[in-house]
Design a protein around this ligand. Structure first.
Ligand code: SAH
Length: 257
């Protein structure tokens, strides 16, 4: 294969066989599983997943990779050539009979929008096992009171349980990126089903809108939260968003009329 690697698509391919296998292990893929892969590249991870899963649907934006991928002749894989961000969840999910798992060695620039796209809009995705920049992984799993804790941490942990399953050196990729990576597994349990996810997301964004400011400062920007401010204790209002656990945010949110 003579491929010209495209930086704008975040093309850093994995060739190490052990690492490919390890990612599929981390995603806990069995022969009943349907998998959505994002960013097929030259298909090395796709091939590993296809040996383990029932079916794989794999998206790839770079049409130059089309002939490489189709010539792999993977019988249980459907390739879709296009930008995953341009497809609606509804269209993506037409390819799956029920629940499905996501695996991706992601281009870094779409990490957060992609996570939010699936968390906020899909009721069928069961887990995401994704290779992300180490710093992003630290933010995803962060707990209250740390510098990494923010909207991404709260929202991911609102939907499920997140853990870093392995650290990956930049040396494992070709071409080599400028940063190290981590594999993160997010298993969704949707334990707060009764809560409207969109308005909770807005609430969390508001709480964190200015990190150095108090909760009261941030909430008082919006009419929607003025009643909440009236019923919250002064001690609570003088804290910063980063000091609240996910459970505390839920409790507060439930008080909004
Ligand atoms: N899975 C392969 C390739 C990872 S590199 C491996 O692990 O070796 C990331 C891949 O995602 C690239 O092939 C890139 O072209 C593709 N990609 C980037 N943005 C995309 C998007 N928006 N939709 C679909 N694929 C995308």
């Amino acid at each position: 294969m003579t491929h010209i690697f495209k930086k704008k698509f975040g093309q850093n391919f994995i060739s190490d066989k052990n690492l490919l296998k390890a990612i599929v292990d981390d995603a806990d893929i069995g022969n009943e599983d349907e998998v959505l892969e994002i960013g097929a590249g030259a298909g090395s991870l796709t091939t590993k997943i296809s040996q383990r899963a029932k079916r794989v649907v794999s998206y790839e934006i770079d049409s130059d990779l089309q002939s490489t991928l189709t010539s792999l002749n993977l019988t249980n894989v459907k390739f879709v050539f296009g930008d995953i961000m341009k497809y609606s969840i509804e269209d993506i999910e037409k390819d799956f009979s029920g629940g499905y798992k996501i695996i991706a060695n992601l281009p870094y620039y779409i990490t957060s929008p992609l996570i939010f796209k699936f968390l906020n809009n899909s009721d069928k995705v069961q887990s995401l096992t994704i290779m992300v920049q180490k710093e992003v992984a630290d933010r995803i799993v962060a707990k209250a009171d740390g510098k990494d804790y923010g909207v991404l941490s709260v929202m991911v942990q609102f939907f499920g349980k997140a853990k870093i399953t392995r650290q990956v050196s930049r040396k494992m990729f070709y071409p080599q990126p400028n940063v190290d990576s981590s594999v993160v597994n997010i298993t969704l349990d949707r334990r707060y089903k009764e809560i409207d996810k969109e308005s909770f997301y807005k609430f969390i964004q508001t709480c964190f809108s200015m990190r150095r400011k108090t909760l009261k400062n941030n909430l008082s920007q919006y009419q929607d939260y003025l009643d909440l401010i009236k019923i919250l204790d002064g001690n609570v209002l003088s804290r910063r968003a980063e000091s609240f656990s996910v459970e505390e945010f839920i409790e507060m949110y439930k008080k909004i009329k």
